[in-house]
Ligand binder design. Structure first.
Ligand code: IPE
Ligand code: IPE
Ligand code: MG
Length: 229
């Protein structure tokens, strides 16, 4: 009998905001605003209608600083606005908020806000929502190895994994919206045996029906992990 895969940890590369806005004759910033609304809808669906325990969302990469300063500044302000507004959603849905990436590059004000929300939600167990902020997988691995400060004999897959930003176990499924088929420096270590799903839908249009159909597809995939089954 076929056993269904169960999804505990889902990660999403939320891509396509800018193209979504452009197609509507709007400024790219409008796409990011619409994308923020999708984060809320998808997160609430994951808490209330799925078995997912951890949802990791790629919000700002170590390479996104290359964008025009006006767009980077807008994204920082949007993040601040989003977090202030969403604190209520975190409380209402018992969502624990966490961050991966190197936020020491962010303003002190934003870092303090992030810390405050982490502190206020750390006991919640409905779902852990992790935002990847100034996140790059290569940067994460380099920081992990430096943090270990280990001799060659102390280095192992386990010790490196534990020093990464993401001590949340295996990543079951990665979805990238927006039509591109690449990883863009996201979770390179953790994705070793994850299932991948690429959707053409731009993130602002990504909805719970599509998410549920991707989860249904995942449940029936054959996962071997290198062995035979
Ligand atoms: C993803 O959407 C959001 C961020 C990277 C911050 P994009 O801004 O990359 O949108 P496209 O890919 O240009 O459409
Ligand atoms: C990946 O999207 C980063 C985020 C979604 C935050 P990008 O739009 O930055 O990726 P590339 O540049 O198209 O690879
Ligand atoms: Mg993009």
């Amino acid at each position: 009998m076929e056993t269904k895969n169960s999804i505990k940890h889902l990660a999403i590369i939320m891509d396509g905001n800018g193209r979504w806005a452009k197609a509507k004759g709007l400024a790219r910033s409008k796409g990011h605003e619409a994308g923020a609304k999708t984060i809320k809808d998808i997160t609430k669906y994951c808490v209330n209608h799925t078995n997912i325990k951890t949802l990791t969302l790629y919000a700002f990469s170590t390479e996104n600083w290359k964008r025009p300063k006006s767009e980077v500044d807008f994204l920082m302000r949007l993040l601040e606005r989003y977090l202030k507004k969403e604190l209520q959603t975190y409380h209402e849905n018992k969502i624990c908020f966490d961050v991966i990436g190197d936020i020491s590059k962010f303003s002190t004000k934003l870092q303090k806000l992030i810390q405050k929300i982490k502190d206020q939600t750390k006991e919640y167990d409905g779902l852990t929502q992790i935002l990847a902020l100034n996140y790059g997988a290569r940067d994460e691995i380099v920081r992990a190895v430096k943090k270990l400060n280990a001799t060659a004999s102390e280095i192992s897959e386990e010790s490196i994994a534990q020093a990464l930003d993401t001590p949340y176990g295996e990543l079951d499924l990665l979805i990238r919206t927006g039509g591109e088929r690449r990883l863009s420096n996201f979770l390179l270590w953790q994705l070793s045996y994850s299932e991948l799903y690429f959707s053409n839908t731009p993130w602002p249009d990504f909805g719970i029906n599509e998410l549920q159909s991707i989860i249904d597809d995942f449940e029936h995939r054959k996962r071997n992990f290198g062995g035979l089954r």
